[in-house]
Design a protein around this ligand. Structure first.
Ligand code: FES
Length: 577
């Protein structure tokens, strides 16, 4: 193998697809001699990509020229942003940790495959979909760390002098990073532990790891229907908020959950009638040994009233396995901003804890809590402790500070949250990428919000105006998506509620759900959300078929249906009710 060319780049602002982008993508060819130091080739600058050296195989040039129908003569070396152009380099043989010698002194170790970005597409005039094709091609080049410094020049011999054991090939690594190869958590962890692994590969793999872990959270130890939990402790968080810690009455493992999810609680046994409520889980453990619900007593809240006034330590509660779509995306590499209004803090506190489980290399997280005052602020000590232990920027906003509350000590903002407060909290927000700071604007931050609807609306509008990405602002909402399945459904159906012996005609133009239909004949099936989320209205369909005009995140199994969201799909339906 031979070193054919050496290229270096200078950081500059370029207009890429109408956006000003700081980049060192454009390379100029130098033949050397040039010194290679621990950070890479002297004189070469980097903007975002932080691996020491990027090398490309000369034989890839004709391949890509042919594939992209470009006259190769139009391309000078460096067009792929490579620092080194080498002839005879076989990417499929390279594994993370292999050592390559160049010239007399320089030794480089393989750190990973090229993980391309939109700048490659811009340079080669290709659509963004080209990123994946390039990354998976086995002809995308290789990143190196510097093991031994020294001088190199064009014409130097290149030799592989050490093959790493128990490592992974860079082509296989690219396939894993881009989701084209399945992998389990143990293998991912093993690869992440490989010494010298490229930070950009590690970033992709770490996100993948948490995406898998979180998917598993949705399945592990789940149960169907109601399960008895014992209240083992109750804590007064504020004069109107209590936390209830629940453990399984049968002492068997609890279902895992994703931070942000809720529990559906059946309080019917505690009153004379039907009462089902949903409350967010306010704590997080990867392997939960308990659930914590934190509930505010609302002036006219029947469910919260029962929890506050009737439920004591030792009480039994019927609950369903955790559910919900408002969940933290731990597979994201972006910084996270959590904005809570009042008791809306509950799912966000769980998210904060779940994020911290990712460890020191996790992106930064910011927390804002807006509430009345210190007396009415739940979890303040818990938040302070987390803030101290993990160095988390936290902003407390009080709209009714009391005489005892001290500005600067108890809270930082008096009144209401504004975008200026958010901006100053996020000032300097960055991730560490390859040992360097990469500043992240609001558009590159994942925002999660939970609070009263008016609060969420105002904050959301302000965030969007300030440049937040609408697709990365997530809000708690018990709305379900309307199904886009268009099908011809029946115009009417005879519906029989078999246990009660009642029957009724369902007419499409009335647009009633089966739950509403049951209620129209005097039945009172259990229900809480009435939106296909909490599962409390699940019932067995004994004959006939149904359809949903919403998209359910957790469709019930077998022959069960969520009556609140179901309508007949056959002319005769029998429901076990
Ligand atoms: S009432 Fe919640 S899913 Fe039907």
């Amino acid at each position: 193998m031979k070193l054919l060319d050496i290229c270096i780049g200078k950081t500059q602002e370029l207009d890429i697809n109408g956006q000003s982008v700081k980049t060192a993508y454009i390379k100029e060819s130098i033949s050397g001699p040039v010194r290679v130091n621990a950070l890479g080739i002297e004189g070469n600058e980097v903007a975002v990509h932080t691996d020491a050296i990027y090398a490309f195989t000369q034989e890839n040039y004709p391949y890509w020229a042919d594939r992209l129908k470009v006259d190769q003569a139009q391309w000078s070396s460096g067009v792929f942003a490579e620092n080194l152009l080498i002839s005879g380099l076989q990417e499929r043989e390279l594994r993370v940790g292999d050592i390559v010698a160049i010239g007399k002194n320089v030794q480089l170790s393989v750190s990973g495959p090229r993980i391309p970005c939109f700048k490659l597409c811009w340079r080669l005039r290709q659509p963004d979909t080209f990123i994946s094709e390039f990354a998976l091609s086995g002809k995308s080049g290789v990143y190196f760390n510097v093991e031994k410094t020294g001088q190199i020049r064009s014409g130097d011999t290149v030799k592989i002098i050490h093959k790493a054991k128990n490592s992974i090939g860079i082509v296989e690594l690219a396939a894993i990073a881009f989701g084209k190869k399945d992998i389990d958590v143990q293998e991912l962890q093993r690869i992440l532990d490989l010494p010298g692994l490229s930070e950009i590969s590690a970033l992709f793999l770490r996100n993948k790891l948490y995406a898998i872990v979180d998917q598993e959270q949705l399945r592990r130890n789940r149960w169907q229907g109601w399960r008895t939990m014992k209240v083992v402790s109750i804590t007064n968080e504020t004069p109107s908020i209590k936390s209830f810690v629940l453990r399984a009455a049968d002492n068997k493992p609890l279902a895992s959950y994703r931070a942000g999810q809720f529990l559906t609680v059946n309080l019917s046994p505690h009153i004379h009638g039907s009462l089902i409520r949903i409350w967010s889980l306010s704590n997080y453990q990867d392997d939960p040994d308990h659930y914590r619900l934190s509930i505010k007593k609302e002036p006219k809240g029947l469910g919260s009233g029962v929890m506050h006034d009737q439920i004591a330590v030792g009480s039994m509660l019927e609950v369903q396995a955790p559910l919900g779509r408002f969940v933290l995306d731990r597979g994201s590499f972006k910084p996270v901003l959590l904005i809570a209004g009042g008791i809306g803090i509950t799912p966000l506190l769980a998210m904060l804890k779940a994020h911290l489980v990712k460890g020191k290399k996790a992106p930064p997280i910011y927390f804002i809590h807006c509430c009345q005052n210190r007396l009415n602020q739940p979890f303040r000590e818990e938040l302070d402790q987390l803030g101290d232990d993990f160095d988390i920027p936290i902003l407390h906003v009080y709209d009714q500070p009391s005489a005892d509350d001290v500005l600067g000590r108890d809270y930082q903002v008096s009144g209401y949250l504004s975008i200026q407060h958010i901006d100053s909290l996020l000032d300097g927000c960055h991730i560490i990428h390859g040992g360097k700071k990469v500043y992240m604007p609001l558009a590159d931050i994942d925002v999660y919000m939970c609070g009263p609807p008016v609060f969420q609306e105002k904050v959301y509008d302000a965030l969007i105006v300030a440049g937040a990405s609408a697709s990365r602002v997530f809000q708690e909402s018990f709305q379900v998506a309307i199904s886009d399945k268009h099908a011809d459904h029946v115009g009417n159906a005879d519906v029989v509620f078999s246990r009660s012996g009642k029957s009724v005609k369902w007419m499409a133009e009335d647009n009633l759900s089966l739950l509403e239909l049951a209620e129209s004949v005097g039945l009172s099936p259990p229900n809480a959300c009435r939106m296909g989320v909490c599962q409390s209205c699940s019932a067995i369909i004994k004959e006939g078929s149904i359809y949903y005009d919403v998209t359910l995140t957790h469709p019930p199994e077998g022959n069960r249906a969520l009556l609140c969201s179901a309508k007949p799909n056959s002319n005769y339906v029998v429901i076990d009710l």
